[in-house]
Design a binder for this molecule. Sequence first.
Ligand code: HEC
Length: 161
Amino acid sequence: MFRLEIQVISMKKKLKIAGLVALAALIIIQFFPIDTTNPVSDPSQDIFANYEAEDALVIKVKEACYDCHSNNTEYPWYTRLQPVGWWLKGHVNEGRKHLNFSEFANYSEKKAKHKFEEAVEYTEKGWMPISSFKVTHPEARLTDLERSAMVDWFKEQYEKI
Ligand code: HEC
């Protein structure tokens, strides 16, 4: 009985210490914010400066894709909270690396064609925008009509090259 009591007390103590360590870690990581400065790019290199599209489509692609696939990322307030910010910045870095609409004109014809092909597939299959992004960005939730308009446009550009 007595032994059990000691065990319970030491368990509580351990939990308390673990909690304090976790809290301290959470506080410390706040001093390592993400870099929210956007890379500078020439607006003439943007995809829509080079491939014609209707305004509604341009707006939708900007709302649904540009936070991760352009140099015009808008960082919401919660990206100042770590580790949330680190996680989101990872998406932005990865997204830009794979496809950057702000630098699209720098792509070779072959690469641009391939990216359009990928865009058709990723959009058609609903892989993009990433689901977690849609939770906090209702404007990025595409209706069936918006999705098919986007897919058609990517397809058209693919076929033109
Ligand atoms: C929240 C960030 C985010 C948003 C928003 C987003 N993407 Fe992505 N996208 C990524 C990441 C990260 C990758 C790379 C990992 C992967 O392939 O899943 C990626 C990969 C891709 C690829 C593959 C490119 C390649 O050649 O490897 C395509 C195409 C793509 N996205 C298109 C889109 C389109 C179109 C939209 C808007 C309808 C969009 N994405 C919205 C983050 C995002």
